[in-house]
Design a protein around this ligand. Structure first.
Ligand SMILES: *Cc1c(COP(=O)(O)O)cnc(C)c1O
Length: 454
């Protein structure tokens, strides 16, 4: 058996937990596939890493040339319980053998109901809740807006600078960054209004004033520019993901929820990236005791199978007429089985607590790196959702070239890291929560060397 065949045969959590490079990066097999890809796929569909995957599990990803990488990305916060996690595979396999699809709009099944019950139980707040399932994060956001509009009879949607909510026609308008997400794809959906983010590192009036200034701007937008009675919902990520892992300055997130309550506007927490133990709480809202009216989830929900959800107050969710919501594949039975395996893994393996431990390990090492590297402008994050923002030394000017150099250095040494940020100058770390300590430490050593080499 070749190295790759072995890796595939023992995929999932059984995969040997080592970093091992056996070819140059990318290797010959990845280069061959890249050539086929270039001839078959459109140019605008790109990948951050040049290596084709063969197997994944625990804290590693093995490529088609047999190289084993330490994975600090989890496929963008998706495989939090590990790739091909045992409970996910067992439940999904069983479901695959029973039936793969009926369409929930045609014949319902128990797995869908069970996932909704679990989300109603796990999401913040003791109020009566209902959940509806979808396929992608963007689709969940689209539907959260539909529910909010129906329940309030209003149309306006307020979002923030640096927000990311997806790439569909509505969510593209809700997403802040033009390139690559919106450029040339307009006209954009209307009735979307944007307010400044309380971004401590880049607050125009300084970090101490970040909350007060951003709140004043939001109040002005709501009360003066748009009119509270025109606004269905305010949508905010508890920690902004694609925008650069921006942790809002203290008090901002709960104050936005409170302002919404006072104005009769629904508060939607977009936990597509922050959800499912990632930030050291089951949901990031819990950190500041916020109970949103609606919460959107996806990424970490089903261990890599497509599944997303909107969970909300029963009286909001029940306003939509029969048949008003749904989709052919929404809440696919195999995805539902996988989600139940994910939830069981998080609860049984103590992954909420594990995310906190990972956060402590990362923040400690990254602060050491920051102390000796003048390109590190900011270190931030919570739990296993951590980032560093790179700038030209002595300024706050974004340095995306330094980020690219660190990513390349790490990749060539067998460590996969992702980038983010409105200015492309943020390195983000989202390791699978099941990554063993020795791989975390080894990855952080490589990262440290990468900064020293800049
Ligand atoms: C990824 C993401 C989305 C979009 O999810 P897709 O499944 O890619 O459509 C929406 N909101 C947040 C916060 C995200 O991180």
């Amino acid at each position: 058996m070749s190295v790759v065949e072995q890796a595939v045969a023992v995929g999932g959590p059984e995969l040997e937990q080592v970093r091992r490079l056996v070819t140059e990066i990318p290797g010959p097999r990845s280069r061959e596939l890249a050539a086929r890809r270039a001839a078959a796929l459109p140019a605008g569909l790109t990948s951050a890493q040049p290596v084709f995957a063969a197997a994944g599990g625990g804290g590693v990803l093995v490529d088609v040339d047999g190289n084993s990488f330490i994975d600090f990305g989890s496929g963008i916060a998706v495989t939090s319980v590990g790739n091909s996690a045992a409970r996910v595979v067992a439940r999904a396999t069983e479901q695959l053998q029973q039936f793969t699809h009926t369409c929930f709009l045609v014949n319902p099944y128990e797995g869908y109901v069970e996932v909704c019950e679990a989300l109603n139980r796990l999401t913040p707040g003791d109020h009566e809740k209902r959940t509806a399932l979808f396929n992608t994060g963007a689709e969940a956001l689209e539907n959260a807006v539909k529910y909010a509009r129906m329940a309030t009879g209003r149309t306006g949607v307020v979002v923030f600078d640096h927000a990311y909510h997806g790439r569909s026609m509505l969510t593209m308008a809700m997403t802040a960054k033009n390139t690559p997400y919106k450029k040339g794809f307009g006209p954009l959906a209307g009735e979307v209004y944007r307010s400044p983010m309380a971004y401590p590192y880049r607050a125009p009036g300084g970090a101490e004033r970040a909350t007060a200034d951003a709140l004043a701007a939001l109040r002005d937008l709501i009360d003066v520019q748009v009119g509270a009675d025109q606004i269905a919902c305010v949508v905010l990520e508890p920690i902004q993901g694609e925008g650069g892992f921006i942790v809002p300055s203290p008090g901002f997130f709960p104050a936005v929820a409170e302002l919404c309550r006072e104005r009769g506007i629904l508060f939607v927490a977009d936990e597509v990236q922050t959800g499912f133990a990632r930030t050291g709480d089951m949901f990031a809202c819990e950190h500041e005791g916020v109970v949103p009216d609606l919460i959107t989830t996806a990424k970490g929900l089903a261990g890599g199978l497509p599944l997303a959800a909107v969970t909300g107050r029963a009286e909001i969710m029940d306003t939509v007429h029969p048949g008003g919501i749904g989709g052919t594949y929404s809440g696919n039975p195999v995805s539902c089985a996988a989600a139940l395996g994910v939830i069981e893994s998080i609860e049984q393996e103590g992954l909420v607590e594990r995310a906190r431990q990972i956060g402590t390990a990362f923040l400690g090492r990254l602060r050491e790196i920051a102390a000796s590297s003048p390109v590190v402008g900011d270190v931030r994050g919570r739990g296993a959702m951590i980032a560093v923002e790179l700038v030209r030394p002595g300024t706050t000017e974004p340095d995306p070239a330094a980020v690219a150099a660190v990513v390349k250095y790490c990749q060539e040494r067998g460590l996969l890291v992702l980038t983010a940020g409105t200015y492309g100058n943020v390195l983000r770390f989202l390791p699978p929560l099941v990554m063993p300590d020795h791989l975390l430490a080894e990855g952080l050593d490589i990262l440290s060397e990468a900064f020293a080499a800049l």
